[in-house]
Design a protein around this ligand. Structure first.
Ligand code: 5GP
Length: 154
């Protein structure tokens, strides 16, 4: 699969755009960051939006770029109640959308009153189109906190 590399600068600009849209359309009480990929955007958003509370959920689904497990498995469950809260779920990318489906269910089970999804990116085939996203691509995205190609001179 082709890859596209995002820089820190692009990601930071994208997070500021998400923050702007959230301020205009949906001011959350709590951010739920989906580990690992959603954590950096979630923490950055929390600071930009005025120190919002961040809760964490960890869902494992991918073994490698093209290799998924049968279904997403929650490895760190949500802690505490979200009773009556406005919650934004933050992840790096909605690909199949299966991870977000599981997370949405957990957030609702925890009592959230209103739930929105914010992702840096989405794939055209996802079954969960985020309410807020910045990039749309059919390529495998490499985020700046992941690998980066190093050119070695011969
Ligand atoms: P989904 O359940 O939507 O198929 O996948 C969600 C998770 O898989 C994302 O939170 C992310 O961690 C990982 N993932 C899916 N597609 C990509 C991609 O293009 N790049 C990276 N870095 N991770 C991806």
């Amino acid at each position: 699969m082709d890859k596209v590399y995002l820089t820190w600068w692009q990601v930071d600009r994208a997070i500021f755009s998400l923050a702007d849209e959230l301020r205009k359309n949906f001011v959350p009480d709590v951010i739920v960051g989906v580990a690992r990929g959603g954590l950096i955007p979630a923490v950055r958003l929390s600071h930009i939006l005025g120190d919002l509370e961040v809760k964490v959920i960890d869902v494992k689904f991918y073994k490698d770029i093209d290799e998924r497990m049968e279904k997403p498995v929650i490895t760190i469950p949500l802690h505490g109640s979200l009773e009556g809260k406005k919650v934004v779920i933050v992840d790096d990318v909605s690909d199949t959308g299966k991870t977000l489906e599981v997370v949405i269910e957990e957030v609702k089970k925890a009592g959230a009153e209103d739930v929105r999804i914010a992702c840096l990116s989405m794939k055209p085939w996802t079954k969960v189109v985020p309410d807020f996203y910045v990039f749309r691509t059919d390529k495998w995205i490499v985020f700046p906190w992941e690998e980066f190609p190093v050119v070695v001179r011969e």
